[in-house]
Design a protein around this ligand. Structure first.
Ligand SMILES: *Cc1c(COP(=O)(O)O)cnc(C)c1O
Length: 400
């Protein structure tokens, strides 16, 4: 008997809403793609997007830019990270996070995680004390929000400036407050695999007027910052305009149009992601050989991907299990691989960092961690089929 094979791609996103396509075409016809290329009475798509996103996010100020990684970098800079400054960061994250620290000349101080993929607040406390670092770049990797009460207490204890990487938590909340509203600045990505899709793109949000003004000028506004959307008053710009270097990284009108059309359906999409995620989570929770951490009650997550551990398998059987699933059309990524593949990597592969620490829990947890995208082009039936294939295949590798 041939075994069923899942046939949908794991990287297929939904189409851009018709309104966004129509608007993008209109903009192309005008030829005015650059965000500062406006008619005298025109507000512009990029500025409109910034106003709408700031409102949705609940932030005073928003700067749309070229990528999530760029937003992190800009966030670190406007918060004052200087070459040689230490920046604490959870070790379970994606390569653009340590890359952004490196880009601004900072020195990453990697912090261990716990069994549930969160930054380990006790290790954070210890590393903050030992390193004297004044910055924490918190990455909500794969949408896992740590105990923010505990985390903020550690930040207060050491007077850490918190920069939030919300690439996987756009729309997620802790005790009803959206991620990105806990620190000095927050960075979001609108790269294709995140919660909004403009191919490439990002946002920086903050409630701090001076940081916002510096971020606008540094994002490459020349002296046209007045054409931005959610920005502070002119007197704030007067203070910073000649002191903020131009690190070009602007959003253009085309991408802004594509994103504006997605904002009205974002809330619905988050719910749709969670319906798929919850179905998978329930299936993994009762599967032999699999461990999947429960989510915290205070957390409103967005399940755009799912992580579980093949705890019942020997480590050497994990890649065999991944290959067997792939044969049946189910694409799992292994975080325990020595070789970084596609969107996975273990912190010890970032060799440009001096003194890479040994982080025992991160290594142990990632050794068996598998990661799966959950695109909105999947249905509940697809989730059931995927779960049954995984269950089927893991059984063949479990020790008798
Ligand atoms: C995608 C991602 C980023 C960076 O976003 P880009 O837009 O690709 O630069 C940062 N952090 C995490 C955790 C990400 O997954």
């Amino acid at each position: 008997m041939t075994k069923p094979v899942f046939s949908k791609p794991f990287t297929q996103q939904e189409a851009i809403p018709e309104a966004g396509i129509a608007r993008a075409v209109e903009i192309m016809k005008t030829g005015r793609l650059h965000r500062y290329n406006l008619l005298p009475d025109e507000a512009g798509e990029a500025a409109a997007l910034e106003i709408e996103y700031a409102k949705w996010q609940g932030a005073d100020y928003c700067i749309a830019c070229t990528s999530g990684g760029y937003a992190i970098q800009l966030g670190l800079r406007v918060c004052g990270v200087k070459p040689g400054d230490k920046v604490l960061a959870n070790a379970y994250t994606l390569a653009p996070v340590p890359g952004a620290i490196h880009n601004v000349g900072g020195v990453p101080v990697l912090v261990d995680i716990d069994e549930s993929y969160h930054i380990d607040c006790d290790d954070l406390d210890a590393k903050a004390a030992a390193s004297g670092a004044k910055y924490l770049l918190l990455s909500y990797m794969r949408g896992h929000i740590p105990d923010m009460d505990k985390l903020l207490a550690v930040c207060a204890k050491y007077d850490l400036c918190l920069i939030e990487d919300c690439a996987h938590t756009m729309g997620a909340k802790w005790r009803g407050v959206r991620s990105g509203n806990f620190g000095k600045v927050a960075a979001f990505s609108t790269q294709t695999y995140k919660h909004m899709n403009s191919g490439e793109g990002g946002f920086l949000t903050t409630n701090d007027a001076e940081l916002a003004a510096r971020a606008v000028v540094s994002s490459g506004s020349y002296m046209l910052y007045g054409r931005h959307g959610a920005i502070p008053a002119e007197d704030v710009f007067q203070k910073v305009r000649l002191h903020a270097p131009n690190y070009s990284g602007r959003m253009d009108h085309m991408r802004a149009a594509i994103l504006r059309s997605q904002l009205p359906v974002l809330e619905d999409n988050l719910e749709r992601w969670n319906q798929l995620y919850d179905r998978l989570h329930a299936a993994f929770s009762s599967m032999a050989g699999v461990v999947i951490p429960a989510r915290k009650q205070e957390e409103f997550y967005v399940g755009s991907s799912i992580q579980f551990r093949a705890e019942g398998l020997a480590t050497k059987a994990v890649p065999q299990f991944v290959a067997a699933c792939a044969k049946r059309g189910v694409e799992l990524k292994w975080f325990g691989d020595d070789e970084p593949k596609a969107f996975t990597s273990r912190y010890d592969s970032w060799r440009y960092i001096d003194d890479i620490p040994v982080l025992p829990t991160t290594l142990r947890v990632l050794e068996k961690t598998l990661d799966m995208r959950v695109p909105l082009t999947f249905t509940i039936d697809d989730c059931d089929m995927i779960a049954s294939i995984i269950e089927d295949e893991i059984q063949t590798f479990l020790p008798a």
